[in-house]
Ligand binder design. Structure first.
Ligand SMILES: NC(=O)c1ccc[n+]([C@@H]2O[C@H](COP(=O)([O-])OP(=O)(O)OC[C@H]3O[C@@H](n4cnc5c(N)ncnc54)[C@H](OP(=O)(O)O)[C@@H]3O)[C@@H](O)[C@H]2O)c1
Length: 323
């Protein structure tokens, strides 16, 4: 697979979002199968794996660590620490260091290629986080750092202290809010952009129906783009994808990913996938090259399509209160 650069970190053009094996999408395959799937992806050219301390309360890091152990020096691992607000009495520098050490222990490695601040709340001083990240880079415990769902202003402030390698934020044909300011800022500052939920939680594959049901911690129970009326209202987007996919001999999921890969050479999506055929399909999107004419046609068609529903942290938090 072609490679891309997140600042100075070279990774495959499409990475692997490991979260779904432990968190966010209801029951998945068992650990042994998940490990095999992550290794198969490497055989297909994937060298970039994304996890976080919060996915399954550390279980996802343990799983990714086991899967990647035999190929550790050939892949880049990204993980994250999550603090939704400043914790009273907690010394930030100590806390981040302790969180990283715990992640490294679960992953079974002495460093990670990328360490993200999972959310960037105003109550946590950005410059202090950036300073700690600079120390961790100097010590070789992390090769680069990033923020998730940060605003342009937060990115500029952080980057001024310790240059950022990547911003990981939601981006897909259904969620384009960061096109306005964050993605251009990443281009200007030489920061990579890593779209999460690049298939809008699978919606853009065209395989979702209003009759599908979800259980457990599956975010599709609460995010509004999976409400039956929104699924129906978003049909024009799926029709566009199906049309382009047919012409290109590709699938709608591949066109969704090829579209963002075409946008900027510093964009590296990390789809989540728990089945072999989806791994082949999504990684294969790196070989689906759109011409300038095809890309412009998609862009102008998208501009006329209204998107219904979204995915917000507030909606996802409702999962805690439903059975
Ligand atoms: N920073 C953050 O706050 C944040 C938030 C969310 C996610 N993430 C990261 O980003 C990664 C990707 O996010 P995501 O999992 O929401 O991405 P996604 O790829 O948009 O959605 C994953 C879902 O789509 C389905 N899917 C994937 N490829 C498909 C295909 N070709 N055909 C049909 N269905 C397909 C998967 O189904 P199956 O599971 O059945 O294969 C899964 O249910 C996560 O794994 C995580 O590492 C980060």
């Amino acid at each position: 697979m072609q490679k891309r650069k997140l600042r100075n970190l070279e990774v495959s053009a499409v990475g692997f979002g490991c979260m779904g094996f432990s968190h966010g999408y209801g029951p998945g395959p068992g650990d042994d199968e998940a490990i095999q799937l992550m290794r198969k992806a490497f055989e297909l050219g994937c060298t970039f794996y994304d996890t976080a301390e919060s996915y399954g309360a550390g279980a996802n890091e343990r799983l990714a660590g086991r899967a990647l152990a035999p190929i550790r020096n050939q892949v880049a691992i990204a993980t994250k620490f999550l603090m939704r607000e400043a914790l009273p009495g907690v010394e930030l520098r100590k806390e981040i260091r302790a969180r990283l050490e715990a992640s490294l222990a679960r992953l079974g490695t002495d460093h990670v290629e990328l360490y993200y601040q999972h959310r960037v709340p105003e109550s946590i001083p950005i410059e202090e986080v950036a300073g700690v990240m600079g120390e961790l880079i100097a010590e070789g415990k992390i090769l680069g750092w990033g923020q998730s769902q940060a605003s342009e202003e937060q990115i500029r402030r952080a980057h001024a202290v310790t240059p950022l390698s990547a911003i990981q934020s939601e981006y897909s044909m259904m969620e384009r809010m960061f096109e306005k300011d964050v993605i251009p800022a990443c281009g200007e500052l030489g920061i990579g952009f890593v779209p999460f939920s690049p298939l809008a939680s699978g919606f853009l594959s065209g395989k979702v129906t209003a009759r599908d049901t979800y259980t457990g911690d599956d975010v599709r129970r609460v995010i509004t783009r999976f409400q039956a009326d929104n699924i129906r209202a978003n049909q024009p987007l799926l029709d566009l994808l199906a049309e382009i996919a047919k012409e290109k001999g590709a699938t709608p999921a591949q066109i969704s990913l090829a579209w963002m890969l075409h946008k900027k050479d510093f964009i590296v999506p990390i789809p989540g996938m728990r089945k072999m055929e989806r791994i082949r399909e999504n990684l294969g999107a790196a070989d689906v090259l759109l011409t300038a004419v095809e890309f412009e046609r998609i862009e102008s068609a998208l501009a006329k399509i209204e998107i219904h529903g979204n995915r917000t942290d507030e909606d996802i938090a409702k999962l805690r209160n439903i059975r």
